[in-house]
Write a protein that binds this ligand. Structure first.
Ligand code: PGA
Length: 251
């Protein structure tokens, strides 16, 4: 059985004191008996203080991006070794906001991914179609391109060390989630592409999270689909009660 993972993507929200308070509230109510691998992904300035709050708990700390080089003249970038030294075990890569607003491509996702895997952190690689692609019946084409491009040249062992997140762009932050059937169909397709790349055995072990307007009220129906292994949560992760409601739904 695949591990269910629920990660909170806090995006560019929360000052350091606000992030600390949220992490504290999540930790206070989180319980290992929920059986869900859980990660909090604050903005870079809050990583170290949130790491302090999570110390000694099983909740993982995650970052929202990482550069592929280890150090050097790359103003404004953050390397995987820096993230690891801050206590990160998880890194979100290729989020659609990075793709749409900051020029991220499958090729740059692939470079980042290789660096995160080499350091032994868990990458969560985001893929998802736009509304235009869905309306034009090009969902599989878009997902296939992103999975094959983003995961190019990985070994079978590498594939076994990552998670994917299916995040239809039209569902992110819009309040309009994919239906459980729509999401399941996309997840099953992504898993079939993984099977083509590395075989059905490894493909069956890769967690594929769903992201896009997940709330406590819709989480259970989404997470009970056979190929949906938890969620990547944006807006609803900014409140401890709603985030924990979603974690519980995955348990
Ligand atoms: P949302 O964001 O839950 O606010 O839709 C999800 C994400 O972008 O990861």
């Amino acid at each position: 059985m695949r591990q269910k993972i629920v990660a909170g993507n806090w995006k560019m929200n929360k000052t350091v004191p606000e992030a600390v308070a949220l992490a504290r509230a999540v930790r206070a109510q989180w319980d290992a008996s929920m059986g869900v691998a859980t990660a909090l992904c604050p903005a870079f300035p809050a990583l170290v203080p949130v790491a302090e709050i999570l110390k000694g708990s099983e909740i993982s700390l995650g970052a929202q991006n990482a550069h592929w080089e280890d150090s050097g003249a790359f103003t404004g970038e953050v390397s995987v070794s820096m993230l690891a030294s801050a206590g990160c075990r998880v890194v979100i890569l290729g989020h659609s906001e990075r793709r749409q607003l900051f020029g991220e491509t499958d090729e740059t996702v692939n470079r980042r991914l290789k660096a995160v895997l080499a350091a032994g952190l868990l990458p969560i690689v985001c893929v998802g179609e736009t509304l235009a692609e869905r309306d034009a019946n090009r969902v599989e084409e878009a997902l296939g391109r992103q999975v094959r491009g983003g995961l190019a040249e990985l070994s079978a062992k590498d594939m076994g060390g990552l998670a994917l997140a299916y995040e239809p762009v039209w569902a992110i932050g819009t309040g309009r989630n994919a239906t459980p059937d729509q999401a399941q169909e996309a997840h099953a397709y992504i898993r079939s592409v993984l099977a083509e790349l590395v075989g059905a055995g490894i493909s069956a072990t890769v967690p594929i999270q769903y992201g896009g307007s997940v709330k406590p009220s819709n989480a259970k129906d989404l997470f009970s689909q056979p190929d949906i292994d938890g969620g990547l949560i944006g807006g609803a992760a900014l409140d401890a009660d709603s985030f924990l409601g979603i974690v519980r739904a995955a348990g």
